[in-house]
Unconditional design. Structure first.
Lengths: 1005, 169, 449
């Protein structure tokens, strides 16, 4: 841990406090209750690792998705206030995503259940004590006589093993179900390679990436890890960058980051993959011998045929196939929610072949590290019918919300209701819990002991970083207590507590790791955040069944008529809906559409023209299985005959933030199992204009940059030539305002010089650092992790749907997304994303106009904003060319942090009052903290001592922060890069933030 | 009410008559009489031989003071707590000219009014005989006169063409 | 300056008639008067109510939609400041120019100035986020000895407007004193006492007149550059910024012309009904309106030129930001506002080339209303449309005013009218002594002097 990579804000003391995060330490934290924390009463007996005002860091593990990233939980005075990535963790290497950052709003969610409850005859819930609750459950359990079922999330760890054994003892079965479980991918792997494992994909090594609807940057397998790899390979690094080609019906965030996006007819992508495989086999020598055996089987699949079915040009398919083959290693990925049609298994199998033929299996596609992924959709359906048939008399739901995440058509809710006794351990009153008879709220991952196994060799540990916010009980403890009450078959579960049970289990882990002193191993693991080893790669060959070429057609329910369109639900910021109760994520504008808070229907401009639909018109989508209504968003990134709707909203319970907000796209789907999984992309819908309109709550003004060079880009060739963005622009024809005559040149440069001369009079004399930032747009994917990180770090309030509608959102850092080409320009549609935050200009226009010096320039080059002094004339915002100043029109903070969300507030950052202007401070509190630390240690501030929340979180490492006066600093290295430019350079405000132009890996025509 | 001053109050309807009266009074060496009129009148001023009012000195002094105050305030306050904004000089002339100008006008105007009040009060008006018609369409001349001199004055104003003459005492 | 013709009407009146007619306007109030006053007070109360809500909940109640951080309040602020200018122009500048036609109308316009500036002065307080800290804009020694930022145009505003208010009020009061004295001498009973108090013991002695005339001259001389400077300073609130559509060197003269234009418009709107209500038609006549109309024509034409220049420079500069802004001003989402301003200001004023229109009261009144509307929209367009599409297209946004915007606007009109209506029946709205100064007094001997 001492060879810590320094740029994670880990100075010596913090390193020590992490060391201090032992069981004892955690107990000490638990020693003070939340009530006391709220009143901020100092410790009566201060525990040695708790110094008021000094943060304590605990290593933990993120449970928001199955990726299992490592965390460093920053706690102050015994409450978690910020989640940061664990730099040692192999999955996220210190990085975070929006979902992970927002876990705190799960922890402090006002919708959390305050304690155990039982349902009364009249249907309402009544608070009970834990003893009563456990007693009643024990009673029911003994009565259930083996007809017990447990539905749990697919997370794997000591608890899931324990749960399996426990349920077995109860004579029941566990169904582990994850809505986005990639069952199709597993089935395909079984067919092609004879193993149903999921491989690890090495995006970092790939030189050429082809994705067939796999949104690997959003929700496909391990998104954050994928993005880290993708940024490494696809980010421009003197002359080298991978190319990314996407075939998909919809341009998702992943598609936005593709150099080529080819809209494909839903379900027709298998043909493209096979055609590519065919091209490889027929044109390339040196293919694996067993692959050559498939030549005959594939011969029929020509690019021409693929063109007929998919609408993608044969020459494109050929070219991509050749490029794919010539780039070594390359990587093809497929499947995922956005593209889960009935033929998904065939698609994934075909992609397996493609990878195999191209020789990527074993290089970029590695088997051997995966663990099982739960029973899958089939099992849930089976369980449903069991419930229906009265073959289940007690069901326990743990970390799952099937009533919401399964299409209503399947009537799961009705079947579930038939179970005589239903128990939920959910932290929130979600749709499933609302139907249960007994609510036994568990503890949040940050409040309990637990571990998580994202993959073989990696075990992430969790420890209680604080006293539970409410009166919950770790489900482990609950089940143990039950077992001890029930006795009998349960008698072997005699551990006094879940912590004790976990530690005993870990002794086996310790031995497996070859440790003799299990206790010290445990402590070390706890400090590290778990055990991280690399599982050996197992070689795979083609299985006998590999030759089975696509047989299941991607059929679609609903009329094929001209007035019906493919319906493509997809997962976005809110995932499968589990994040819908978190204001940070509700207000986080969707990376693609920039819409917040509500549902929307994406339709293609052509279709919109044809149906005369304008943005915001509420459309009714009708499928054979149901209908929904949502406002239209005209989106060019679609196949013209596809309409898309994001998943995750339309909750009927799940707290005030989620309830009755938007619509649930699943309502349009059939619940029938499409061999082993739920086919999301399997419906056609008809559109009805309602004539009503709803202004979209989106954060963007216009979608075009009007040639203003905000998010600049250059082609790979230009980048190789070392062109500056301006020169690149000139090459592309649209030259800037030219300066012709000598006199003009002199005049303008003369003026600029005189301006700079004037600046010097005012400049502070003292020798100070000069803080600055460099943002590499070749790496930035627009994932918006930085935005949520900033919300968490800086106490930024959410303003709500209506205020967003008036453009009053407070995002100190926002991701601006512009479109290039597309539409009637004839050029392919390309995206440009750029994180926009306060540029901390040297000649800041906002400063001189403030009548009261609330905006001024600090000696270390920051653009300071003094909230207490601000009277709110708002002139500074008017005069800001980047529009990155945000005004408190109302007392937003009062509304945004109801109990207990306010416990998350960062004590180092002012909560802004009504009527004052606020903006990015470059995390000045972190800077001052680092300076103090350095001074206490009697040394100079050095590179990596301080980092901003956004830069720290950025999974692509696109944002780099540092001292511009230090020539050796990473930030200066980037600032001097030829791709560097300032936004609106022509107005000469001299920003402290340099952007590095995006690099487009276009095809050499 | 101050105690009334004895004297003669002549009321005129015609401007030339009033001027004649003033001239003859001045010829008689009378200086301390008071002329009432509803509006300033050049003929009266000529007859009285009015010289420029010293009120302009107040204006000048006030204006200069104001301008200097503007310089002092802006520069001292800027340098008292120097804060860098927009990379501009801490204290600089161009934006501060506004304050020099505004304060010049402000203090200049106020001191002019002060001047007006002070100078007007310098010569007493209380206790002097007055008639409401003076603010309407008559011109009045009040000559302070003790005892016998009154008749002499009365003769002068009547000859000049006063429409009415009163003895105030 | 407008043509200075001799006014035939003055000679027909004697000093006595002037005093009588003007004094008759005082005190006596009919039902219509109280109705008008009541309406004004009602509007003012609406404003108070709205402001209370703003204090309670926050500025968010108004229609602000970032990037439009200034909108109706600042628009109305500039509108009222502008109104003020005509008054000072007529009372001070035309005084220096010795143009006889100002005499009959200047008192009313001067009063209008004072009340307009009083109204405008409220807005810097109303529109800020933390109204209760407005005094932080003043250079007073606070606990930390932190002074205001004299580089900020907003502080320039504070000084310019407070100076303007003080000086124009002083100017008005000084002018009033002799007239109040005249009124005093006509009044009986308690009225006499009241006016005696306000006449500050004015007797009209030679000594008083000696200093008075001089002082008045110097006040006029100070007010003249002031009136030009104030709206220049206000224009710099915009011109000193870097926003396309604001950052223009033409702004100071452009705004001053606009201010006088709008002010004269308001003068017409007020005088036409006023002279009827106060039965002083024979004092404020066609002759005055003709001259006022000419003034409107002049300033309106300057605006015409300024508008043309703005577009020309936007095109000629080759600055894409500037060009976009002005394109959208004419054809963007706010095209209707843009054209309202151009038609009402640049074109409608051109009707005054015709004497028939200049002397037709109905026409004058209707046009003056258009002038007011046009000038309000000029500020609305300059502020809102320029802000709604500046540098970063991603951040662009359109605002729509809410009840909170309209409430304050209505309140400001109520507040202004309330004061003016109270003034009109309490103090002479026609300058008695200055009129008399222009009417030759009777003589014994013909010829003579």
């Amino acid at each position: 841990m001492s060879d810590q990579t320094p740029n994670e804000g880990m100075d010596r003391r913090r390193f020590l406090t992490v060391l201090g995060a032992t069981g004892a330490g955690a107990m000490a934290v638990s020693g003070c209750s939340t009530e006391r924390i709220e009143k901020l009463v100092p410790y009566l007996v201060q525990s040695e690792d708790q110094v008021p005002g000094i943060p304590t860091y605990y290593a933990s593990t993120c449970t928001e998705c199955s990726a299992g990233c490592g965390l460093h939980v920053k706690t102050r005075e015994g409450r978690a206030i910020k989640l940061e990535g664990n730099p040692q963790h192999p999955v996220n290497a210190g990085k975070m995503c929006s979902h992970g950052e927002s876990a705190l709003q799960g922890l402090y969610n006002p919708g959390r259940l305050t304690g155990p409850k039982t349902r009364q005859p009249d249907g309402s819930f009544k608070d009970v004590t834990w003893d009563e609750a456990i007693a009643s459950l024990a009673g029911k359990l003994s009565g259930a006589a083996g007809k017990v079922a447990v539905i749990s999330g697919a997370g794997r760890g000591t608890f899931s093993d324990f749960l399996a054994e426990w349920t077995a003892a109860a004579g029941g079965r566990v169904v582990r179900y994850e809505p986005f479980a990639h069952e199709a991918l597993r089935a395909a792997n079984l067919r092609t390679f004879g193993t149903n494992e999921l491989p690890a994909h090495d995006f970092a090594a790939a030189k050429y990436i082809v994705s067939f609807g796999a949104d690997f940057l959003e929700n496909w397998l391990s998104p954050l890890e994928n993005q880290r790899g993708f940024a490494k390979s696809h980010g421009y690094d003197n002359g080298n960058m991978a190319k990314h080609v996407a075939f998909a019906p919809r341009m998702s965030l992943t598609g936005m980051n593709a150099d080529e996006w080819h809209p494909t007819k839903p379900g027709a992508d298998t043909a493209i993959v096979l055609a590519m495989a065919n091209v490889l086999l027929s044109e390339r020598s040196g293919n694996p011998a067993d692959a050559n055996a498939l030549r005959g089987a594939l011969a029929a699949f020509t690019p021409e045929k693929a063109q007929e079915s998919s609408g993608v040009g044969a020459e494109v398919i050929r070219r991509v196939a050749r490029e794919f083959a010539s780039a070594r290693p390359s990587l093809a990925v497929a499947g995922g929610i956005g593209n889960q049609h009935r033929g998904a298994v065939d698609l994934c199998a075909a992609v397996n072949l493609l990878n195999y033929i191209a020789g990527n299996v074993g290089t970029t596609v590695n088997f051997g590290s995966d663990l099982d992924g739960g029973e899958g959709y089939g099992a849930v359906e089976a369980l449903g019918s069991d419930m229906d048939g009265g073959r289940v008399s007690l069901v326990l739901v743990h970390e799952a919300n099937p009533v919401y995440s399964l299409p209503a058509k399947g009537g799961f809710a009705a079947k579930f209701k038939k179970v005589p006794f239903k128990v939920s351990t959910s932290l929130y009153l979600d749709e499933t819990a609302a139907l249960c008879d007994l609510l036994l709220p568990g503890l949040h991952a940050l409040e309990r002991w637990d571990d998580l196994r994202p993959r073989r060799g990696v075990i992430g540990l969790m420890q209680p970083v604080m006293q539970p916010v409410f009166n919950g009980m770790a489900t482990g403890d609950l089940l143990l207590k039950m077992a001890q009450k029930a006795g009998g078959a349960f008698s072997r579960f005699n551990a006094p507590s879940w912590e004790a049970y976990l530690k005993t289990q870990w002794q086996t882990v310790a031995r497996a790791q070859g440790a003799t002193d299990t206790e010290s191993f445990w402590r070390a693991a706890l400090q590290r955040g778990g055990v991280y080893t690399e599982a050996p790669v197992t070689a795979v060959r083609l299985a006998a069944s590999a030759g089975q070429i696509g047989s299941t057609p991607a059929s679609f329910d609903g009329s094929e008529g001209g007035d019906s369109y493919w319906f493509a639900p997809y997962a976005s910021v809110l995932g499968d809906g589990r994040f819908a109760n978190r204001p940070w994520l509700l207000e986080l504008s969707d990376p693609v559409t920039k819409i917040t808070w509500h549902s929307w229907v994406e339709i293609h401009p052509e279709l919109a023209k044809r149906l005369d639909v304008r943005e915001g018109e509420i459309l009714r989508l009708t499928s054979p299985h149901g209908n929904i209504e949502a406002p239209a968003y005209i989106y060019p990134g679609l196949h013209p005959d596809v309409v898309a709707v994001p998943l995750g909203l339309g909750h009927t319970a799940f707290g005030d933030y989620a309830k009755d907000r938007g619509v649930n796209a699943l309502d349009l789907l059939d619940a029938k199992d499409g061999n082993g999984f739920l086919p999301y992309l399997a419906t056609r819908v008809t559109l009805t204009k309602t004539g009503q309109y709803k202004k979209l709550a989106k954060t963007e003004g216009t979608t075009r940059q009007l040639g203003r060079g905000i998010a600049d880009a250059m082609t790979l060739e230009q980048a190789k030539k070392g062109l500056t963005p301006a020169l690149a622009l000139e090459e592309q024809g649209h030259e800037e305002h030219e300066i012709n005559t000598e006199r003009e040149v002199e005049a303008i440069h003369g003026f600029r010089e005189s301006q700079l001369e004037k600046r010097k009079h005012g400049a502070y004399a003292a020798e100070q650092p000069m803080w600055g930032m460099a943002i590499d747009l070749a790496k930035c994917t627009g994932c918006s992790a930085c935005v949520t990180a900033c919300y968490a770090e800086n106490n930024i309030p959410h303003v709500g749907e209506d205020e967003v509608r008036r453009g009053r959102e407070m995002t100190w850092i926002r991701i601006e997304r512009f479109w290039e080409g597309g539409g009637d320009t004839g050029d392919p549609l390309e995206s440009r994303v750029i994180p926009m935050l306060c540029q901390h200009c040297d000649a800041a226009p906002c400063e001189p106009v403030c009548p009261v010096y609330a905006a001024y320039h600090t000696p270390d080059g920051l653009n300071g904003q003094i909230y207490n002094r601000c009277v709110g004339t708002r002139y500074c915002s008017n005069n800001c060319p980047y529009k990155v100043r945000y005004f408190n029109w109302f007392a937003y903070a009062k509304k945004a942090f109801p109990e207990p969300l306010n416990l998350q507030l960062n004590p180092d950052v002012t909560v802004r009052a009504r009527g004052v202007m606020e903006k990015c401070t470059m995390c000045v509190h972190r800077i001052r903290d680092a300076q103090t630390t350095a001074r206490l240690e009697g040394r100079e501030l050095k590179e990596g001592d301080v980092n901003t929340a956004c830069a720290q979180a950025c999974p692509s490492d696109a944002i780099v922060f540092g001292n511009m006066k230090d020539p050796g600093s990473k930030v200066m290295a980037l600032k001097t890069n030829h791709r560097g430019y300032h936004v609106f350079e022509e107005i000469n405000v001299r920003p402290a933030i340099t952007y590095l132009a995006k690099v487009l890996h276009r095809t050499e025509a | 009410m101050a105690k009334p001053v004895p004297g003669v109050l002549a009321i005129f309807e015609h401007i030339d008559a009033a001027c004649d009266a003033i001239r003859s009074l001045r010829a008689q060496g009378k200086r301390n009489f008071t002329v009432y009129s509803a509006a300033p009148n050049h003929e009266l001023e000529e007859a009285l031989g009015v010289t420029n009012s010293p009120v302009r000195l107040f204006t000048l002094v006030g204006g200069v003071t104001g301008c200097l105050a503007g310089v002092g305030m802006t520069f001292w306050m800027s340098l008292d707590w120097p804060l860098l904004v927009g990379g501009k000089p801490i204290a600089t002339i161009p934006p501060y000219v506004v304050f020099m100008f505004e304060l010049m006008v402000l203090i200049g105007a106020l001191s002019t009014v002060v001047g007006l009040v002070v100078l007007s009060l310098a010569k007493r008006t209380t206790g002097l005989a007055y008639d409401p018609s003076f603010s309407d369409d008559r011109i009045g001349i009040f000559v302070p006169a003790g005892g016998d001199t009154g008749s002499e004055i009365e003769r002068i104003v009547r000859d000049a063409g006063a429409v009415e003459v009163r003895n105030a005492a | 300056m407008a043509v200075i013709a001799h006014d035939p009407h003055h000679s027909n009146q004697t000093h006595a008639e002037v005093t009588r007619d003007v004094v008759n306007t005082l005190g006596t109030a009919d039902r219509g008067y109280f109705i008008a006053l009541g309406v004004a007070v009602l509007c003012f109360l609406v404003g108070i109510g709205t402001f209370t809500m703003l204090l309670k909940d926050g500025l968010g109640l108004a229609g602000y939609a970032p990037p439009v951080m200034w909108a109706v309040y600042i628009t109305t602020f500039v509108f009222w400041i502008g109104i003020g200018h005509a008054g000072t122009l007529i009372s001070a500048i035309l005084f220096l120019f010795r143009s006889p036609w100002r005499t009959a109308v200047y008192r009313a316009t001067e009063a209008m100035t004072v009340f307009a500036v009083m109204t405008a002065g409220l807005f810097p307080i109303i529109h800020i986020g933390r109204q209760w800290f407005f005094y932080w804009l003043l250079p007073y020694p606070n606990a930390r000895f932190l002074w205001p930022n004299f580089k900020s145009p907003l502080i320039w505003d504070v000084f310019a407007i407070s100076t303007y208010l003080t000086v124009s009020t002083t100017f008005l009061c000084v002018g009033l004193v002799p007239d109040i004295a005249a009124a005093r001498d006509k009044m009986r009973g308690w009225r006499h006492k009241v006016y005696s108090f306000f006449s500050l013991g004015w007797k009209g002695t030679d000594n008083q007149w000696r200093h008075y005339t001089r002082a008045y001259l110097y006040l006029a001389a100070l007010a003249t550059p002031l009136v030009l400077s104030v709206h220049s300073v206000v224009s710099w609130d915009f011109a000193m910024s870097i926003i396309p559509g604001w950052h223009g060197t033409i702004f100071a003269p452009y705004f001053v012309a606009g201010a006088i234009y709008s002010g004269v418009g308001m003068v017409l709107t007020i005088l036409i009904p006023l002279r009827k209500a106060l039965k002083i038609e024979h004092m404020i006549t066609e002759y005055h309106f003709d001259n006022l109309a000419k003034l409107t024509l002049l300033t309106g034409s300057i605006l015409f030129y300024a508008y043309a220049m703005e577009y020309f420079i936007a095109w000629y500069s080759g600055n894409p930001f500037e060009q976009e802004t002005f394109w959208r001003r004419a054809f963007g989402p706010m095209w209707w506002a843009g054209w309202t301003m151009i038609i009402c200001n640049a074109f409608v004023s051109q009707l005054f080339w015709f004497r028939k229109i200049r002397t037709n009261l109905t026409a004058l009144f209707v046009i003056s209303i258009f002038v007011n509307i046009g000038m309000w929209f000029e500020r609305y367009v300059i502020i809102v449309s320029s802000l709604s599409n500046d540098y970063d297209p991603y951040a662009w946004g359109q605002m729509t005013p809410t009840w909170a915007d309209w409430g304050i606007l209505l309140g400001s009109f109520g507040w202004f009218s309330m004061w003016f209506i109270l003034f009109a029946r309490t103090f002479p709205v026609v300058a008695i002594q200055e009129l008399k100064e222009m009417i030759p007094m009777p003589r014994l001997r013909k010829g003579g002097h």
